[in-house]
Write a protein that binds this ligand. Structure first.
Ligand code: 3PG
Ligand code: MG
Length: 405
């Protein structure tokens, strides 16, 4: 059930959004508004119906990043930082409650008229949010008539505002457009993938990606492994990897995954070559070398030309592409090329009609850096949430809505 099935005329929608967006360290200005932009259609639909919106979100992890004296850094984690952006993007002067509960928030929510928007303060200023506290959820539930969950990025958390609260809205809860689209696109890849289906995985650690790799091996035709995690696989094959990233306690698991891929007829592609450097720095000396001969003291920070060619060939032959994780340290100019070229191949395949889904961690940031945002099929707003979806887990934020509507 989505917002399309509800007429919000005269109703107050309590919308869980994911406004956990990156901020400038000094000015606290929003540096990437993708998650906010994504929710605008949901807000606009409710307002067009003649409803009002109460928006609630978390921002960062304030209770895990306390000030030195143990107090909460309200100034750093206040959702006031996104207020101007939300006002700009909705075209409505958004009101700010200064708290997510209590007298003032209740009053402001009560007084809200059709067409108005109220933003609540960071839910994670209360420990009850992350604990999934039922009383806290019930108090929040009083702030709206209909509960809309549009926070895909936080759907993997069983928190008060993402999962527990839904029970207080029997037959009055639904997904927003972000959630609906994310689920639809993830399902398209996970359940109805047109073949060949290629998954591109990268990032630093094998241990972060084990479950998703295990699950993807059951589904894909090509499994591309780049980024730091590739070196653990290369070492597992018996290669010298110099001082490249390696998780020695995962070597057996890498071997098992490679065997499993072979048994299932999945083509597992590891990089044949690397751009190696003598330090983890853009100022370090660097050169291209084969992955069979990385010398002591050198570390792989990007995939090399041969790897780009073979990865691109697989990508270009594909009809469905899932990309999770960069190919190298794309934040540093000397080690960005692998990620950039793999991105270019994803763009070219998409132009040829492939469906490409990008998400999880840094891949969306890479796609933005290289200007591919409008040239791939879909960029997920989810990091960890998308990852868990592709691990085959049920996401509490999705399950809670399904249970009550
Ligand atoms: C995210 O960016 O991962 C989501 O907003 C969830 O935040 P969390 O990882 O701190 O729970
Ligand atoms: Mg996260």
């Amino acid at each position: 059930m989505t917002v399309d099935q509800i007429n919000f005329s005269g109703k107050k929608a309590l919308i869980r959004v994911d406004f956990n967006v990156p901020l400038d360290k000094n000015t606290f200005a929003v540096t990437d508004d993708a998650r906010i932009r994504a929710t605008i259609p949901t807000i606009k639909k409710i307002i067009a119906d003649g409803g009002a919106c109460v928006l609630m979100s978390h921002l960062g992890r304030p209770l895990k990043k306390l000030n030195e004296d143990g107090s909460i850094a309200y100034d750093k984690f206040t959702l006031q930082h996104v207020l101007e952006k939300v006002t700009e993007l909705t075209g409505v002067a958004v009101q700010f409650a200064g708290d997510c509960m209590g007298e003032k928030a209740n009053e402001m929510a009560n007084d809200l008229k059709a067409g108005e928007i109220l933003l609540l303060e960071n839910l994670r200023f209360y420990k009850e949010e992350e604990k999934g506290d039922v009383t806290f959820a019930e108090k929040l539930s009083k702030l709206g008539d209909i509960y809309v969950n549009d926070a895909f990025g936080t759907a993997h958390r069983a928190h008060a505002s993402t999962a527990i609260i839904a029970q207080f809205f029997p037959k009055a809860a639904c997904f927003g457009y972000v959630m609906a689209k994310e689920i639809e696109n993830a399902q398209k890849v996970m359940q109805d993938a047109e073949r060949p289906f290629t998954a591109i995985t990268g990032g630093a650690k094998v241990s972060d990606k084990l479950l998703i790799l295990e699950n993807l091996i059951e589904k894909v035709d090509y499994l591309i492994i780049g980024g730091g995690m590739a070196y653990t696989f290369l070492k597992a094959q018996g290669y010298e990897i110099g001082s490249s990233l390696c998780e020695d306690d995962r070597l057996d698991l890498c071997r098992e995954l490679m065997t499993k891929a072979e048994q299932r007829g999945v083509k597992l592609l590891l990089p044949e070559d690397s751009v190696v450097a003598d330090a983890f720095s853009n100022e370090a000396a660097y050169k291209m070398c084969s992955n069979q001969q990385i010398e002591t003291g050198w570390m792989g920070l990007d995939i090399g030309e041969k790897a780009i060619a073979s990865f691109s060939e697989a990508i270009l032959s594909s009809k469905t592409i899932l990309w999770n994780g960069p190919m190298g340290v794309f934040e540093m100019s000397h080690f960005e090329n692998g990620t950039k070229q793999v991105g270019a191949a994803v763009v070219a395949a998409s132009k040829n009609g492939a469906f490409s889904l990008i998400g999880g961690g840094d891949s969306a940031a890479a796609v933005a850096k290289f200007g591919y945002e409008n040239e791939v099929s879909y960029i997920s707003t989810g990091g960890g949430a998308l990852l868990e979806y592709f691990e085959g887990k049920q996401l509490p934020g999705i399950a809670a809505i399904e249970a009550v509507c």
